[in-house]
Design a binder for this molecule. Sequence first.
Ligand code: SAH
Length: 232
Amino acid sequence: MKHHHIGIGMTSQRTRERLIQRLQEEGIRNMALLEIMRNTPRHIFVDEALASRAYEDTALPIGHGQTISQPYIVARMTEALIGTNPGAAPLANVLEIGTGSGYQTAILARLVEQVYSVERIDPLIKLARQRFSELGLRNIRLKHADGILGWPEYAPYDGIIVTAAPSEVPMALLEQLAMGGRLIIPVGAPVEPNGRAQTLLRITRTPEGFQQEKLDAVSFVPLVSGRDYSRV
Ligand code: SAH
């Protein structure tokens, strides 16, 4: 680990512990997931200037008008995907749309066999890739593309997690879901900061068709079509 991470790593142990307790109080039950969230340093996924706030249960800016998701939301979406039983067989392949900081990706990578993640802003992919190598995570494949189209090459997926909100569920993502597979996705109109006008859905593909459950009222950045070519 790089030198500048050491100090914060030492001082954040107690705040990390508090965060895990809070997630449990909020209803997260999968102990394998909680353990991985305890052991995955969130401060390396944000700018150094924000590192001291990394273990608060809030979203934080990551540049380009985007945010790292709130830890509770990461836990909730992951549990909605893998279930509450820590002993369940790991999913073979999961697709994430919206790599962002890579934090949700890193949590998934330690719980499933292979993660594919698509991001439309190239500089975010480069930063995320450095973080995965720093953490020794090798089961992640990244692509700079419009995630509304999914990632057809590796479909079908046991699970798909979308970390930005479209106004409607993209057809391609439904098509790329395996039988029995689950799509976790926030859907709704763009919202003002701290508004919660979107609904987190879990859509399961069954032989009879797609089953939809409403999970939570949430607030995500919008899913935007097309790639972004900014260089900063
Ligand atoms: N899971 C990330 C969330 C980042 S915010 C984290 O916790 O850090 C959502 C991300 O989705 C942003 O990085 C944004 O650029 C990306 N995004 C938005 N629309 C997209 C699209 N059509 N395809 C791929 N990524 C998209």
